[in-house]
Design a protein around this ligand. Structure first.
Ligand SMILES: Nc1ccn([C@@H]2O[C@H](COP(=O)(O)OP(=O)(O)OP(=O)(O)O)[C@@H](O)[C@H]2O)c(=O)n1
Ligand SMILES: [Mg+2]
Length: 425
């Protein structure tokens, strides 16, 4: 048997990028040969094995043929006769279809029958052969690679092929978990907007995330949003989230915070009264459809509901600030408040001309939370007990003490009154 390094490891080393995991292809072996050498079989559908020590993936060279629609419709053919070239021909992109010897250090010759090294130099994402069609997840992968390799473009013939696949209904049968997995990865890349550009361009966005697709062409008030178009705004917010190195929870909240603007009645445009509640409803549907993990879902829900209130929080007094913090569950979950505020900052700075503006709401709300946290609930409760109070009355006293603490902080940070005459100097 011969073992070759393939996929991301070869690609990334040629690009001078760090290599994290390796994918290997094994030619001239049967599953029994692999088991005999101590490799562990994984997965029912594909002949893939884990190395007994490194745990890296070793796949038997294979050809894949489509037998039905969607991700499940594969017939995988593997035999010791499948050549390396045949195996590479059914891979997604030329830049991922370069093979190197197992001990390749970067200097030796490559096996590159489909021009992957040339496409790497030309910065092109190009499909290898028509067998690209066999796996619609590849549409999402191409979009994700566009977000990662920000100076690469999608070859026109590949874009055309992806459009045909979407037109033929291939994207209708994507498994929700795979959609989420690719989407989540793409959101974490340096320029997430490029993923959405590619998905829109081939028509896949309308299939996998129609709630997002619908935002293009929806105007917003130019006083607040000089970029006007809601889709354009959304892309700026996502790229700001990447710029600020936000975690996935925040990036997903950014993606969904304005979904409700897509269903604003035409006669009220470009205003979006009540879009926050509509966003939250649409978000719920997206999360159920794509089985979005609960941390992402919860953060996105608060951000959808509260982002407008947080943007306008500069005008809020003590009682309203405490209510806002309570709605954000910030007293129990202060770390999550940080994420809510970061998503709001991305939203505010993800507007044309606002990228470098400060977002003072963040520090102000954090300071209000610190004031709330300075209230020792146990001593308020003890005081309430001395007064003979119990039940909801204790809660009310704690709430009142928090409002007082925030009021005191607001008073202390307010502009100092002008010095009385005679005291100066
Ligand atoms: N739907 C897919 C998934 C994977 N591959 C092939 O399998 C290799 C390894 O897949 P994976 O590890 O998922 O991707 P990488 O290209 O290694 O990229 P990443 O850096 O994201 O791991 C890819 O390079 C590609 O040759 C493919 O053709 N089609
Ligand atoms: Mg890999």
């Amino acid at each position: 048997m011969q073992i070759y390094m393939v996929g991301g490891a070869v690609r990334d080393r040629l690009l001078g990028r760090p290599v994290n995991d390796h994918d290997w292809v094994v030619v001239g072996a049967t599953p029994d040969d692999m088991v005999a050498r101590g490799y562990l079989p994984v997965g029912r559908d594909f002949p893939v094995f884990l190395h007994p020590e490194t745990r890296e993936e070793y796949a038997l060279a294979r050809t894949e043929r489509k037998s039905g629609r969607g991700y499940r419709g594969f017939v995988v053919q593997t035999s010791p006769d499948v050549t390396l070239e045949e195996d590479l021909s059914r891979r997604d992109l030329t830049i991922n279809a370069i093979a190197a010897s197992a001990d390749w250090t970067g200097a030796e010759d490559l096996f590159d029958p489909y021009g992957g090294a040339r496409d790497l130099q030309a910065r092109v994402l190009r499909h290898v052969t028509d067998s690209f069609r066999e796996d619609p997840v590849r549409i999402l992968r191409v979009a994700r690679f566009a977000a990662r390799f920000t100076d690469f473009t999608v070859a026109p013939e590949t874009m055309q092929l992806m459009r045909e696949m979407v037109h033929d209904g291939e994207a209708d049968h994507l498994v929700p978990e795979r959609v989420w997995q690719e989407l989540a990865r793409g959101l974490m890349e340096p320029q997430p907007s490029r993923m959405f550009d590619v998905l829109r361009d081939c028509g896949a966005l309308a299939v996998v995330l129609p709630e997002v697709e619908r935002l293009w062409g929806v105007p917003q008030r130019p006083e607040y949003h000089p970029e006007v178009d809601t889709g354009v705004h959304l892309m700026m917010v996502l790229d700001m989230a990447a710029h600020l190195q936000a975690p996935l929870t925040v990036r997903f909240a950014c993606l969904t915070h304005d979904l409700g603007k897509g269903t604003t009645p035409h006669d009220v445009l470009p205003r979006h009264i009540g879009h926050e509640q509509r966003s939250a409803r649409l978000l719920k549907a997206v999360c159920e459809r794509l089985r979005v993990p609960v941390e992402c879902r919860e953060l996105a829900d608060v951000v959808a509901r509260e982002h407008g209130n947080i943007h306008r929080s500069g005008d809020l007094g003590a009682a309203a600030l405490v209510r806002l913090l309570e709605r954000c569950d910030a007293i129990r979950k202060p770390a999550r408040l940080d994420e809510i505020l970061l998503a709001c900052e991305c939203d505010a700075r993800g507007r044309l001309g606002f990228a470098d503006r400060p977002y003072p709401q963040r520090a102000r709300i954090n300071a209000a939370l610190a004031a709330v946290q300075s209230v020792t609930t146990s001593s308020v409760a003890a005081h309430a007990a001395q007064l003979g109070l119990s039940g909801p009355k204790v809660g009310e006293m704690i709430h009142a003490a928090r409002v007082q603490a925030v009021a005191d902080w607001l008073h202390a940070t307010a502009q100092p009154a002008p010095e009385p005459q005679g005291n100066a100097g």
